[in-house]
Design a protein around this ligand. Structure first.
Ligand code: FPP
Length: 246
């Protein structure tokens, strides 16, 4: 009851405990095309606006002292979309990586691109490597862009990498296995947010989200704002996280 009353209130940053925010948030940025359709815009306008939203949310994460943000930009399944949409997205990634590089370096953001490299064209690959290399010493905030990412592909890739390891142990444990994931060395995801009303994980960071809290919002990604992020973090802070204990 008390919680419900509190929920109805407009939350601000001061309602959060900034010493206990999730260390790693994963966002499934869904609803770009529906947002565009609702406004009678071409569907790619939704993706363009989605990039702007992502940038604002990175700044919001920095304000809230969240250290890691993983954003689902393109899944291993997204290749099945119409070819002109796939091409548009690939061009959008190239344009964004080119345009944002300087600001990301200045803002002390470390960028990692997470996903399978095969299938990505060489121009985009070069820009991805450039972005990672030029931000590698940054430590203010960590942005992981999941591109050509799928959890099953990641786990299968990890197993195949282990199979060709010469000095692998007879039995592997979680600590050893984790080193072969694309996210090796990163903390577990503590909060997963999915926009647009869908309530699925869609092959996103399955292993890393084993103990994550989930927040689903009906808001389409292009209109997701800092206040929605604050609400999600507030929900996270008001959940009882037991990790299998009593
Ligand atoms: C989901 O909405 C969105 C995508 C598949 C693409 C997400 C990409 C961006 C927001 C751009 C991010 C950019 C960079 C540079 C990292 P949808 O197309 O599935 O929309 P729908 O659910 O309404 O059909």
């Amino acid at each position: 009851m008390f919680k419900d009353l509190f929920k109805a209130k407009k939350l601000t940053e001061s309602d959060l405990d900034l010493t206990a925010v999730p260390r790693h948030i994963a966002i499934i940025m869904d609803g770009n095309r529906r947002w565009a359709r609702k406004r009678r815009l071409p569907r790619n306008a939704g993706h363009q606006k989605g990039v702007k939203t992502l940038k604002q949310i990175c700044y919001a994460c920095k304000d809230l002292k969240i250290q890691y943000l993983s954003a689902y930009a393109f899944s291993t399944e997204n290749w099945q979309r119409p070819v002109n949409e796939v091409n548009f997205l690939m061009d959008l990634f190239k344009k964004t990586f080119r345009e944002e590089l300087e600001e990301l370096v200045e803002e002390n953001v470390r960028v990692r691109i997470i996903g399978r490299r095969e299938g990505i064209d060489t121009n985009l690959l070069r820009l991805m490597e450039d972005l990672e290399r030029k931000t590698v010493t940054n430590d203010g905030f960590n942005l992981n862009i999941c591109l050509n990412y799928g959890s099953r592909a990641e786990i299968i890739d990890a197993v195949n990498k282990i199979l060709v390891e010469k000095n692998r142990p007879r039995e592997i444990d979680e600590e050893y296995f984790e080193k072969f994931l694309y996210t090796s060395g990163l903390p577990d995801v503590e909060l997963v947010i999915r926009t647009s009303g869908e309530q699925r994980l869609s092959n996103f960071l399955l292993y890393q989200s084993a103990y994550a809290e989930f927040v689903f919002t009906p808001i389409y990604w292009p209109e997701f704002s800092k206040k929605d992020l604050i609400r999600a973090v507030w929900e996270f802070q008001n959940r009882d996280r037991r990790f299998g204990r009593i």
